[in-house]
Design a binder for this molecule. Structure first.
Ligand SMILES: Cc1cc2nc3c(=O)[nH]c(=O)nc-3n(C[C@H](O)[C@H](O)[C@H](O)COP(=O)(O)O)c2cc1C
Length: 221
């Protein structure tokens, strides 16, 4: 039996509740089948106009892991975990992706000719209108995909750690994107089997950051 069928996946609320940012991983590998399932669930994420502005790099090679860790203030999770997903964001993705995305939308029947004709005009217009927010919008797509990864991994018995602690230019050099000035690094996520549990550090009460209708009108729960 493959590891995928052995695992009884956690439902989404359970995966959300159980997830912790894990700082130490066992060296145990992730099977290729399980890794593929993770990648499929990651790219199942929604994105603005379905443009999928992410570029996802699976860092597995030992030398690459060492270089990525060095670019990340020597955080050891990257060395220990069998794979680290680097989520990069391409603000110009729509230029390349628009045509295949439209073709797929038609092929699947999800979009009709009317939708497609609208998107052909609306998407380039929307992207142009974003101006210097293009990078920010591409990063939104990538972060949502990373969140899919983290919850899918938890559900399938793995652990993760979202990571912001890295130097963007150095990470770009590691993934061979040093010569692409537009590509942004959104987040880095090691994935593997937890070596030790971590406690939930807790969350602020709703009253401090959840409001009803207007900010400052606290949600009472
Ligand atoms: C965007 C983001 C960046 C983070 N960067 C790091 C990091 O570089 N290194 C690290 O050890 N933890 C990092 N964390 C983990 C946080 O410290 C952790 O999520 C927080 O303390 C709450 O703990 P929990 O994830 O177990 O609920 C990051 C989390 C997020 C969401």
């Amino acid at each position: 039996m493959s590891p995928i069928t052995q695992i009884q996946p956690l439902d989404v609320p359970s995966a959300i509740a159980k997830r912790r940012s894990i700082k130490t991983f066992k060296p145990d590998p992730i099977t290729p089948e399980l890794l593929k399932q993770l990648v499929e669930l990651t790219v199942a994420a929604p994105s603005s106009y379905n443009i999928q502005s992410w570029q996802i790099i699976l860092v597995q090679d030992e030398a690459q892991k060492a270089a990525l860790s060095a670019a990340s203030f020597n955080q050891q999770q990257i060395i220990q975990a069998p794979v680290t997903f680097v989520f990069a964001a391409d603000p110009n993705a729509s230029e390349e992706n628009l045509t295949p995305i439209i073709e797929q939308g038609l092929e699947t029947g999800a979009w009709n000719e009317g939708t497609v004709n609208y998107f052909k005009i609306a998407i380039p217009q929307f992207q142009a209108g974003l101006g210097d927010k293009r990078r920010e919008y591409a990063i939104k797509d990538a972060i949502i995909a990373a969140t899919h990864l983290v919850l899918a991994a938890e559900s399938l018995g793995l652990s993760t750690c979202f990571m912001n602690g890295w130097i963007e230019d150095k990470v770009k050099e590691v993934i061979d994107a040093g010569d692409n000035p537009n590509l942004a690094i959104a987040v880095v996520v090691p994935v593997g089997y937890a070596a030790e549990p971590r406690l939930n550090p807790g969350r602020l009460p709703f009253s401090s950051n959840v409001s009803v209708d207007r900010i400052g009108n606290p949600y009472q729960g």
